[in-house]
Ligand binder design. Structure first.
Ligand code: ADP
Ligand code: ADP
Length: 232
């Protein structure tokens, strides 16, 4: 579960303050696929970055699995952050590391025992259909395959939430479809809550249960995908 309560985020611009998030209130229930759509500059990235605390909010609360992230100690925050995975538009893989090591990275950083890492990475690569690529490097993979690696890495620590930042925006339509299918499967089989941001309406229509439309730091419309898109 993710909840925003009265969240504001301001950045200091060169001449004026930028109000990237302006009194954001919304809730994503456990097991939902929730999409946030809006034009460039609407505040979508800022919103998602406040969930994994890549950004600190200026005011308000961000609740994840019943914990107020804005009130946690650094040690508590580290534990909660393991429950949140994230995938990116440009995959953010380490190009000098093998696919195996890329997927293993969150577990290596966690000091997980090597035998456990091997078991988990093998299972994840099989899940995303890349078992035969373990010893290759990101440059040897297609865009869709790279995003599968990103997904496997995001799932390594068994998160309850997956954040997707324009995860299919750099992919062609067929590859987009295969990645969206994989996200649906993750949501269904592992009951992982998915919060995604996109500027592509088709992504929202294809996989989201609910949608919020953002404009200039505000949520201007929200509801079930059916209701929002069938309103005049
Ligand atoms: P979106 O993801 O919808 O394109 P962003 O969240 O990236 O929107 O940006 C919202 C607003 O905040 C924009 O006006 C953007 O220029 C501004 N912004 C985002 N990040 C920063 C930053 N680190 N410093 C200053 N302004 C920022
Ligand atoms: P590309 O990036 O070349 O378009 P895909 O990302 O569609 O390739 O698929 C990469 C690999 O994953 C292929 O070997 C494919 O057979 C396999 N694959 C495709 N869909 C799934 C799935 N839902 N589950 C597991 N493996 C899959």
């Amino acid at each position: 579960m993710i909840e925003f309560i009265g969240v504001d985020k301001t950045y200091q611009g060169s001449d004026a303050e930028i109000h990237a998030l302006d009194n954001i209130n919304f809730k994503v229930d456990t097991g939902e696929i929730y999409g946030v759509v809006g034009y460039s500059g609407a505040g979508k990235s800022t919103l998602i970055r406040c969930v994994n605390q890549l950004e600190r909010v200026s005011a308000g609360q961000v609740i994840v699995d019943d914990k107020d992230l804005t009130a946690l100690t650094p040690a508590e925050l580290r534990i909660t952050k393991k429950r949140i995975g994230m995938i990116f538009q440009h995959f953010n893989l380490l190009n000098s590391k093998t696919i195996y090591t890329n997927v293993a990275m969150p577990l290596i950083l966690n000091k997980t025992p090597k035998s456990e890492i091997k078991e988990r990475v093998t299972e994840l690569l099989e899940f995303v259909g890349l078992s035969d690529k373990a010893s290759q490097y990101p440059d040897q993979l297609s865009g869709g395959q790279k995003q599968r690696v990103g997904i496997a890495r995001a799932l390594a620590t068994n998160p309850s939430i997956l954040l997707c930042d324009e995860a299919t925006s750099a992919l062609d339509p067929d590859t987009t479809e295969s990645i969206l299918k994989l996200l649906k499967k993750i949501n269904k089989e592992y009951n992982i809550t998915i919060l995604l941001i996109t500027h592509e309406m088709s992504v929202i229509r294809d996989i989201c249960h609910k949608v919020a439309v953002m404009e200039k730091g505000k949520i201007i419309e929200r509801g079930s995908v059916f209701d929002v898109f069938s309103s005049p």
